[in-house]
Ligand binder design. Structure first.
Ligand code: NAD
Length: 489
């Protein structure tokens, strides 16, 4: 437990699980805890072992049962970055914790500290709200043929509604004026289309907050060139992961931004950067990202006074030009090690920044309202066909079509189209479409198409010596198709 000797009699320390992490993790965690202790944070720290050593001990999730039990007790985790071993079937521990504990919102404030930290965007003050559980981070991947691999992108109404509502509630609680949504719904009309549609739907509940939607490519370009125009940005998981690093770097350094991972029952606080193995053990890492995460944690557990003290002293240190190497520049007075930087902050506890505005600590978001999001009534769902994916190397689209037409004549379903990597190659084709060994063969019939009909179709395909590698049902919902057309269809 830290700071016990500083506690006023009767003060209760909040249990917090602490993971020192890998790479620069232990160095920046030590620095952060030293500042928290000196600032009088009332914390009952419960260290847990997660990450590289646990992976290497044979636990492929990177987290063992005792650590999970501690998390279930404390419900709060301060976590240094973890190295995810490449390959070998290891899953990212960060993603595992976020998903196991339902940490659906990842909040990443990125604010410029000009002129003290070099940035081209002195007025930048953006909060990225990243969906944290879905999208391609489900990690559902398959190799289906010799040539083709696949990753499943899942966007749900429930998950999207929660994160969009969280972004608006965050804006409302923190006096933010505008929420911008990024998606790629001009291409992924069903998945990103759902994300965008729910954004428009939920935005109507917050008339006092301006809202806009941008396609993620132009949105990213505008963020890179003119981040000052953005306030709160809400995005699906992958875009949020990438663009929050971009935003942090634009503000000064990826080493400066902290993040909160919020769920209904647990909250995890971490720097946005990784374990930086290239500088691990050299003592030059910037602990600011983890320290800023700790400030968010202190506000979250009701120790806002301590959070403010730490934040003020940190800003004053930056103003005084005491910098780590990553932010060292013309405004710097001294280049400090990780530990020296922590000492400089500790020396300034009780002082306030002279010029930099100390931002208000993030106010609590009404998560109960978010959890109670209204579910849409179930639509009438009907199967009107099936896409059968076939591994085929014995000819072209027309050869495959002839074999399928001959084999499936008695199945009650018609071959409507074949695509290759999404582009139609039968009955119409462009000579220039390059084909691989992975063919989507669309069969449709009189609705409703039964499961028995689909099984009969698959048996016919197999008896023709063709290998069906997977199927996707073609459904309509209240008469509207729940599947995409082929390119060129
Ligand atoms: P990284 O963020 O660790 O490093 C990127 C660059 O930024 C490096 O040059 C590094 O030296 C620098 N940097 C990062 N943090 C810094 C700091 N505090 N002070 C000064 N410089 C800093 O990204 P990476 O190299 O792509 O990933 C390394 C490992 O971290 C990988 O195993 C990855 O899976 C893991 N990772 C973990 C988390 C997490 O635990 N939340 C997040 C991202 C990456």
């Amino acid at each position: 437990m830290i700071a016990a000797e500083r506690l006023p009699a009767g003060s209760i320390a909040t249990p917090v699980a602490v993971a020192h992490g890998d790479g620069i993790g232990p160095e920046i965690m030590e620095a952060t805890l030293a500042v928290l202790a000196a600032a009088g944070a009332r914390l009952d720290l419960r260290p847990i072992e997660i990450g590289e050593r646990v992976y290497r001990a044979g636990v492929s999730s990177g987290i063992d049962e005792p650590a999970l039990a501690t998390l279930a007790q404390t419900r709060v985790l301060l976590k240094a970055p973890i190295t995810t071993p490449q390959g070998g079937g290891y899953k990212s521990l960060n993603v595992t914790i976020r998903k196991m504990f339902g940490l659906y919102a990842n909040v990443r404030p990125c604010r410029a500290l000009a002129p003290y930290v070099h940035t081209l965007h002195p007025a930048m003050d953006v909060v990225i709200v990243r969906e944290n559980e879905e999208d391609v981070y489900g990690g559902i991947e398959h190799r289906q043929t010799a040539d083709v691999t696949q990753c499943l992108k899942l966007i749900t109404r429930t998950g999207t509604e929660r994160i969009i509502r969280y972004a608006f509630e965050y804006a409302r609680a923190n006096g933010r004026k505008r929420v911008t949504c990024f998606s790629k719904d001009n291409i992924m009309k069903i998945t990103d289309g759902l994300f965008h549609a729910i954004f428009e739907e939920v935005a109507t509940e917050y008339p006092e907050i301006a809202c806009e939607h941008l396609i993620v490519d132009i949105g990213a370009a505008k963020l890179a060139v003119n981040p000052e125009r953005f306030d709160v940005i809400v995005l699906p998981n992958l875009y949020g992961d990438i663009l929050s690093d971009v935003a942090a770097e634009l503000a000064g350094s990826v080493g400066m931004a902290g993040s909160a991972n919020i769920g209904d029952g647990l909250a995890m606080f971490e720097a946005i950067h990784g374990s930086a193995p290239d500088i691990a053990g050299t003592g030059i890492a910037n602990p600011s990202g983890l320290l800023n995460a700790a400030v968010m944690m202190l506000a979250h557990i009701g120790q806002s006074e301590v959070a403010q003290r730490v934040q003020n002293a940190w800003l004053r240190t930056i103003e005084d030009g005491f910098h780590t190497r990553d932010i060292y520049g013309t405004q710097s007075a001294r280049c400090l090690s990780t530990a020296e930087f922590a000492d400089a902050i500790i020396e300034r506890l009780g002082s306030s920044p002279r010029h930099l505005r100390a931002p208000a600590l993030a106010s609590a978001v009404d998560t109960a309202h978010i959890a109670n999001a209204t579910a849409k009534p179930a639509a009438h769902k009907e199967r009107i066909g099936v896409d059968v994916f076939i591994d085929f190397t014995d000819g072209n689209a027309s050869d495959l079509a002839q074999r399928l037409l001959a084999a499936t004549r008695e199945c009650g379903l018609d071959l409507a189209m074949i695509t290759n990597r999404g582009t139609q190659v039968w009955p119409r084709a462009s000579e220039m479409t390059r084909c691989v060994d992975h063919w989507r063969c669309r069969f449709t019939g009189a609705a409703p198409v039964s499961g028995t009909t689909v099984v009969k179709l698959l048996a016919s395909i197999e008896s023709a010596g063709l290998e069906a590698i997977k199927t996707e049902g073609l459904y309509t919902f209240d008469g509207k198709p729940g599947f995409s057309l082929g390119q060129g269809q």
